[in-house]
Write a protein that binds this ligand. Structure first.
Ligand code: VGL
Ligand code: ZN
Length: 218
């Protein structure tokens, strides 16, 4: 019998963030080494009874795209009505192949796919709350109604969608654990170090996937 530092239970939910073609090698906004998350996520999926996926899901011409602004290039920051916004290459456009969740994920038992970033003028890194910091996605209500108290986060990218989701999970009253080896970062101008600092301040915990036990007969 192996004993695990953390045990996935009936009140835990694995939140798999944005493992989509455009964030994987060859994609429009490929996260370095992004496909390294697939194997640990599939292993986590066998441990968690409850799995929720997120899908970045932008309309064409979305405000977070550099191409939607005059004289702007990708990875520059601009100011939108709700505050600063990094401008990205066009990615995860609704209904396109780049927006598809990776077929390499083995998570047939995932119970919900939550789409975010679908409002033309508002980005949404967080799976809980859009970038205006007020518009809810509905995920907190869903998780609460399902009786979950703790969220384990993995996927892409550590410093954007995973990190913001983890912080908002805390703010919504959930325990949050980021599974480090099942995430990869974009790391733009120190964003990864900043994200870990912000997550720690919000009470987000960190774990390695090998330290998590679950429903597998292990
Ligand atoms: C993401 C940048 C833009 C992410 C999504 O999934 O981390 N990053 N849209
Ligand atoms: Zn996006």
């Amino acid at each position: 019998m192996t004993s695990y530092a953390l045990q996935a239970t009936e009140t835990d939910c694995l939140l798999v963030v944005d493992v989509q073609a455009d964030f994987l090698p060859g994609g429009a906004l490929a996260v370095p080494d992004g496909d390294a998350v697939i194997a640990p996520i599939n292993a986590l999926g066998r441990k968690f009874k409850h799995v929720v996926l997120t899908q970045d899901w932008h309309p064409a011409g979305h405000a977070s795209f550099a191409t939607s602004h005059q004289d702007k290039t990708p990875f520059e920051t601009t100011t939108l009505p709700y505050g600063p916004q990094v401008l990205w290459p066009e990615h995860c456009i609704q209904g396109t192949p780049g927006a598809e969740v990776s077929p390499k994920l083995e998570l047939p038992h995932a119970e919900l796919i939550i789409r975010k970033g679908h409002r033309p003028g508002i980005d949404s890194y967080s799976a809980f709350r859009e970038a205006d910091r007020t518009t809810p996605t509905g995920l907190a209500g869903y998780l609460r109604e399902r009786g979950f108290t703790r969220v384990f986060l993995c996927g892409l990218a550590t410093d954007y969608c995973v990190g913001w989701s983890a912080i908002d999970a805390r703010e919504a009253g959930f325990e949050a654990v980021v599974v480090e080896d099942a995430c990869r970062a974009i790391d733009l101008d120190g964003s990864l170090e900043r994200a870990w600092g912000d997550m720690a301040a919000a009470g987000v915990e960190r774990a390695e996937s090998g330290a998590i036990g679950g429903r597998d007969p292990l």
